[in-house]
Design a protein around this ligand. Structure first.
Ligand code: FPP
Length: 252
């Protein structure tokens, strides 16, 4: 089945899992798995650009990942810096906007500087918004939004009664991005792992057993094809969807 260009997910979010097991299966250190994972990131970006998917969000480093051995954490940070330095020009040339989400204040200062430069340099690009979640956790993100909102209430900038889903969403790291339509998890586990908890309320979930470093263009296309076979109902009945009422609730 060919992909239907009229029914593409606008926003694909990916939990890139399985780097460690990919490396282990080859008798390699875990960092070799992460290096191979960075190559798979290239492939995913290329596929989204080629298909015309305008938003891609990648879970690169969770809040919980800080608990990994220091050598692995340092290695991941090094890999991230190297990746941004080596890819930024090509990404910029291809119209990719880099957007970092997460508790950046916990990252090393030199990494933050580099990421901020990358965001500033690509801020005007419109073809693909590549959000990279770093030091990210869905619950801390929601708590942070509550604090910001509470501060605005106390300062009289917003009335509690005026807080609705749209207002709340505006305080999340993902403010301005559409919610993900398709959430992919590689590596076979059936977990959400604190990723985009608020934003995935209506996302279709696709689990692949393939480890992230092996998740290539064909696999991503298969995930999109699978998405296109599903009927998204947003809580309505099948008849209502046929009558075209899904869009009404969709414009949340
Ligand atoms: C999960 O695999 C993956 C990570 C914790 C890191 C993801 C990082 C990359 C793909 C590379 C760098 C990213 C960018 C954006 C350049 P795991 O180690 O938990 O695998 P396991 O479950 O098999 O142990």
């Amino acid at each position: 089945m060919e992909l239907d260009s009229e029914n593409l997910p606008r926003h694909v979010a990916i939990i890139m899992d399985g780097n460690g097991r990919w490396a282990q299966a080859r008798g390699l250190p875990r960092l070799a798995g992460h290096r191979a994972g960075a190559e798979a990131v290239r492939a995913a970006i290329k596929t989204c650009r080629r298909l015309g998917i305008p938003y891609l969000t990648l879970y690169a480093f969770s809040q919980e990942n800080w608990g990994r051995p220091k050598a692995e954490v340092d290695g991941l940070m090094r890999l991230l810096r190297r990746y941004v330095r080596s890819e930024i020009e090509e990404l910029h040339r291809h119209g990719v906007r880099i957007n970092i989400i997460g508790a950046l204040e916990h990252l090393p200062a030199d990494t933050v500087r580099l990421l901020q430069e990358a965001m500033a340099r690509t801020a005007a690009n419109e073809d693909l918004t590549l959000s990279i979640a770093l030091s990210y956790g869905g619950r801390p993100e929601i708590i942070r939004a509550c604090r910001l909102l509470a501060r605005d209430c106390l300062d009289g900038r917003i009335e509690p009664e005026a807080i609705d889903e749209a207002a709340f969403g505006g305080f999340l790291y993902t403010a301005g991005l559409p919610d993900p339509d398709l959430l992919i998890r590689t590596g076979g586990e059936h977990r959400v792992s604190n990723f985009l908890l608020w934003q995935i309320a209506y996302a279709e979930i696709y689990i692949s057993d393939v480890f992230w470093p092996d998740f290539g263009e064909d696999h991503l296309q298969e995930a999109v094809r699978n998405y296109q076979r599903r009927q998204r109902r947003f809580g309505l009945t099948g008849e209502q969807i046929v009558q075209g009422r899904a869009g009404e609730t969709k414009s949340r």
